[in-house]
Design a protein. Structure first.
Length: 609
């Protein structure tokens, strides 16, 4: 639990040649169809069954018709934090609607073997101080995090009125009653004064559109709907004893695959790992929480730790000295090294960018050389090396993943040359012209992390505001918001997630910020006797101009290998950041802006109706 200084990284490489290698590796993976290469799951889609809940039987109940003050859509961390802050602000009539069988969101759905937090938990897991809870270790298991989600629900009374196993069909504004009509798959009809959309996409599966996907005769499932009935074991007992005579294919090598492949390699007869782009995998330092350190903490410690983590993990040129890096891991290494090099120096933007690039290449070269130290087969090792800039893909850490490729029953299948699996047959998958016969295919192919496609991210058929204006049409060419949380023409509708607000390296800090602000607006409108609130068009348009004026150039994303971070390198929808249109002044500047706005007390740019 101590801080650290800059790391030692290689410098004996040809930087111009490495730039060319990165560009070549990107180009050989680019596809003209971009994000359209994926098959979407959910109601109305041909692969609807992929979204079925394997953890909780379907809910059967009578339709509910009622008035409610606030409907929160989504019961993951975003919805829980919205509900918690509403309750803290004195708003009691809150219903959370969640498609899963319990609270948790990504931690409810994702129960695959090996799942752990991959940002350090002291920053990521919210409300640690408020619930007097300390994670058992730096990267706790998913079972522990899911229980914390449930504890938040209990602590704030959010189970009262929660509707689980419930999916939203439509949200329609009624001008006469000044309420939203919320309809669901249970034929519920809720009339809500306010609706908070906390529909995070990190649990909604997507599938690669591989020709022949539906013709495979074996077993298939997505990693976010793990089938323990097939593999054996459970989320808390990851002995996959039913795989001993099974040949298993894993499609995808992102953060999920890094965690599941070691377990599959341990128990399956044979594992084929199909990789288009390798992840950067560093060592994982995961000690148990030191009780003496935990006892020494003072009130406010978590927010301070989040700020320090963010400074090195997300700020391109940290203003903190390198010695203040408390995480000391792969997420903060580049920032820490940059901070050490620029300390006390007056540098031009060009000089700063050059230093950042050099440190970025040095850290990634260190990670590539680590592959050679671990993986015995030279050809496999070379294929596992990531040739792209740090943060082009989500950084990963594991003490077992690379080692698993030394097992005789684990084979890496590099599909970068064909930009993915070529097709599926009745017996297996075809790559490089060769058919790999398998009994089971597990898709670790990610989620609907789409910055601007609200329909896919939410799964809601219609969101119609004043005059029948569809939110999907309103946002077709880009977000239109005030502070990223409200939009003109949609009174009393609030948004949480990646729109036009702040962005913290700990995503839950974003939800805390948004939950506080939304709860303030609702409580303030109630106190002033208003039926609802809505931003003015002028305030919305000015905020959009501010966002665009402060936006960083897309140069970095354009240079990245294709993945969800840059909308698969363009193609359908162009280059776009998965993190939305962040406020370019930084997360903490945005936080001060919101606090100052609330302190003024006049709700500038917001109309009370």
């Amino acid at each position: 639990m101590t801080t650290c200084g800059p790391s030692s990284t290689p410098t004996d490489f040809d930087l111009p040649a490495m730039r060319e290698r990165y560009a070549a590796e990107r180009d050989r993976r680019l596809r003209s169809d971009g994000s359209a290469q994926y098959v979407h799951t959910g109601p109305g889609e041909r692969s609807e069954s992929w979204e079925a809940d394997p953890h909780t039987p379907p809910v059967e109940r009578d339709p509910l018709v009622s008035d409610v003050e606030v409907v929160v859509i989504g019961g993951g961390f975003a919805g829980l934090l919205a509900g918690a802050h509403l309750k803290k602000a004195g708003v009691e009539d809150v219903r959370i609607l969640e498609m899963g069988g319990d609270f948790g969101g990504v931690w409810y759905w994702n129960r695959y073997p090996g799942i752990q937090c991959d940002n350090e938990a002291y920053c990521y897991i919210p409300l640690l101080e408020e619930l007097d809870y300390m994670p058992s270790k730096r990267f706790p298991d998913g079972v522990e995090i899911h229980q914390h989600c449930r504890n938040i629900g209990k602590h704030f009374g959010l189970y009262d009125g929660a509707l689980f196993g419930t999916m939203i069909r439509a949200l329609v504004w009624d001008e006469a009653t000044r309420r939203w009509t919320v309809t669901t798959n249970h034929d519920d009809e809720l009339h809500a004064r306010y609706v908070v959309m906390a529909t995070g996409p990190w649990s909604k599966p997507k599938l690669p559109g591989i020709p022949g996907l539906d013709g495979f005769a074996g077993h298939t499932f997505h990693s976010a709907r793990w089938d323990y009935a097939y593999t054996g074991g459970s989320a808390s007992d990851t002995v996959l004893d039913k795989l001993a005579d099974k040949r298993v294919a894993v499609v995808g090598t992102g953060a999920t695959a890094i965690q599941i492949v070691p377990y599959l390699g341990r128990y399956a007869e044979h594992v084929h790992v199909f990789q288009r782009t390798p992840s950067a995998v560093d060592a994982r330092r995961n000690p148990p929480t030191d009780p003496e350190w935990a006892a020494s903490l003072r009130p406010g410690w978590q927010k301070e730790r989040q700020a320090a983590f963010h400074a090195f993990a997300s700020e391109p040129f940290p203003t903190r000295p390198a010695s203040e890096d408390v995480a000391c891991d792969f997420f903060t290494e580049v920032g820490r090294n940059v901070s050490a090099r620029i300390a006390g120096r007056s540098l031009s933007p060009t000089e700063l960018a050059a230093i950042r690039e050099e440190e970025d290449y040095g850290v990634m070269e260190r990670v590539r050389r680590r592959v050679d130290e671990i993986v015995a087969d030279p050809e496999t090792a070379e294929a596992l090396k990531p040739y792209y800039r740090y943060l082009c893909k989500r950084p990963c850490s594991s003490n077992d993943y690379l080692e698993t490729f030394n097992r005789p029953n684990v084979t890496l299948v590099d599909v970068s040359g064909t930009k993915g699996v070529e097709r599926m047959t009745e017996r297996g998958l075809v790559a490089g012209g060769r058919e790999y016969e398998v009994d089971c295919v597990i898709f670790a192919s990610g989620f609907e992390i789409s910055a601007q496609d609200t329909r896919l991210a939410s799964g809601i058929e219609a969101i119609d505001g004043r005059g029948g204006l569809s939110l999907y049409d309103h946002w077709r060419d880009g977000f239109q918001t005030l502070h990223g949380m409200t939009s003109h023409g949609f009174p009393g509708l609030f948004f949480m997630g990646n729109t036009q607000g702040g962005g913290n390296a700990s995503v839950t800090a974003n939800y805390v910020q948004q939950g506080e602000h939304i709860a303030y607006l609702i409580a303030e409108a109630t106190a002033r006797g208003a039926a609802t609130v809505e931003p003015t068009k002028e305030a919305q348009d000015e905020w959009v101009r501010t966002i665009h004026a402060l936006a960083a150039p897309k140069t970095f994303l354009e240079q990245c290998t294709p993945g969800y971070y840059n909308n698969e390198g363009g193609g359908n929808g162009g280059i776009r950041a998965a993190t939305g249109e962040r406020y370019g002044g930084g997360f903490y500047a945005f936080d001060r802006l919101l606090r100052d706005w609330r302190a003024e007390g006049d709700l500038a740019g917001v109309t009370l109706l």
